[in-house]
Design a protein around this ligand. Structure first.
Ligand SMILES: [Zn+2]
Ligand SMILES: [Zn+2]
Length: 202
């Protein structure tokens, strides 16, 4: 919560980073994992580029040698039904989806803990996709969901106030007024709150 953003996004991002690192350390040498990734035609655009940012030329050479071999087999073959441009069921998308579901449910469960709720009131702010996901959890305690929604709406109201101030202070009559620290970040924060973090949600 202390980071001040969406705690679910932060956790999903943290776990994704761990999964990418673990894959390069161990997964690459696990035949079962390698076969699964080859079968699903590598990674989606986002996760391929995330893995790339971690470096590791040897792991990439091992993986992409196989991927490109498959392309050379399938693409010239008129009878091949495999679409080598598609990357459905990406290994990391699946991990991410399952973490996303788990942490969304966990947030709702933990919210009945008074300390957790107080921490959220003080620091966090759920992004819109995760707030809506919490509303759609089946068999949930509706009162808890309402408390989360009400508290989050207060936070959105506050964020929108900062956005209004940015608009007002950008008017030529008010450009002499200094931007507060919160206003300096509010426009960036609004993008994260509205669209979640890069690659966390479609
Ligand atoms: Zn989020
Ligand atoms: Zn993916």
């Amino acid at each position: 919560m202390k980071k001040g953003g969406c705690p679910i996004c932060d956790f999903v991002e943290f776990r994704l980073h761990q999964a990418l690192e673990r894959f390069l350390d161990e997964g690459i040498n696990t035949p079962h994992t390698r076969a699964k990734i080859e079968w699903t035609n590598g990674f989606c655009n986002y996760h391929a580029h995330r893995l790339l940012t971690l470096g590791d030329p040897l792991s990439h050479a091992i993986l992409y040698h196989d991927f490109i071999n498959n392309v050379m087999k399938d693409v010239p073959d008129k009878h091949s039904k495999t679409d080598r441009s598609a990357h459905k069921e990406c290994f990391f998308c699946n991990i991410q989806k399952s973490n996303d579901d788990d942490y969304t449910k966990a947030f709702l469960e933990f919210y009945d803990n008074r300390d957790f709720e107080a921490q959220y009131e003080e620091n966090g702010i759920l992004c819109v996709p995760h707030l809506v996901a919490i509303q759609h959890i089946r068999f949930s305690n509706k009162k808890t969901v309402k408390r989360i929604v009400d508290t989050t709406m207060e936070k959105y109201k506050n964020l929108n106030h900062h956005l209004s101030e940015i608009k007002r202070k950008s008017d030529y009559r008010n450009t002499h007024e200094k931007w507060s620290e919160e206003e300096k970040d509010a426009w960036k924060k609004a993008v994260h709150i509205f669209n979640s973090y890069p690659g966390i949600r479609p």
